[in-house]
Write a protein that binds this ligand. Structure first.
Ligand code: SF4
Ligand code: SF4
Length: 149
């Protein structure tokens, strides 16, 4: 399995050096943006981290600064159901071979859909302030909810 992926459960914008990446406000208005340096065949069969993106593609440019809240992933509880991967509107759940690996914090916009659809008790994805340290967030994880009698 390739480890050259843009984000994992332990990485955020600073750890990734994403602040060095281009932002959309640096793109000249009205230009045509080519996502790939060369024409690509069967792109759906190539993993994102292995594609030859240009510097101005939706993959290369980070939108992390748009986020107010971020989902934090707790692998101890996750059952790899893939619900979050199916529902994320920004393809920001990193899953390989049906195994949940974490969040792509370069592209996650913090909508909270993944945390909403996560079926575990307690949830394996919980929304925190986007500046919260991941280890601190994990130490504050909610308890299992008991059924009311
Ligand atoms: S918060 Fe929204 S954009 Fe971010 S990983 Fe969850 S569903 Fe995707
Ligand atoms: S929805 Fe929750 S349990 Fe299912 S893969 Fe995502 S984090 Fe894991």
């Amino acid at each position: 399995m390739s480890q050259n992926i843009p984000g994992t459960a332990k990485k955020g914008i600073h750890e990734l050096g994403a602040e060095k990446k281009v932002g959309w406000d640096e793109v000249t208005q009205g230009v045509v943006l080519e996502p790939f340096a060369e024409p690509v065949k069967d792109v759906a069969h190539i993993r994102p981290e292995e594609r030859d993106y240009t510097d101005f593609s939706s993959y290369t440019a980070t939108v992390a600064s748009w986020r107010v809240l971020k989902p934090v992933y707790n692998s101890d509880i996750c059952i790899d159901c893939q619900n979050c991967w199916v529902w994320c509107p920004d393809t920001s759940i990193i899953s390989r071979d049906k195994q949940m690996l974490g969040i792509d914090y370069d592209h996650c916009k913090g909508c909270g859909v993944c945390a909403e659809v996560c079926p575990t008790n307690p949830k394996s994805l919980v929304m925190f302030d986007t500046n919260e340290d991941l280890d601190v967030a994990l130490s504050q994880w909610p308890e299992k909810k008991r059924k009311e009698k």
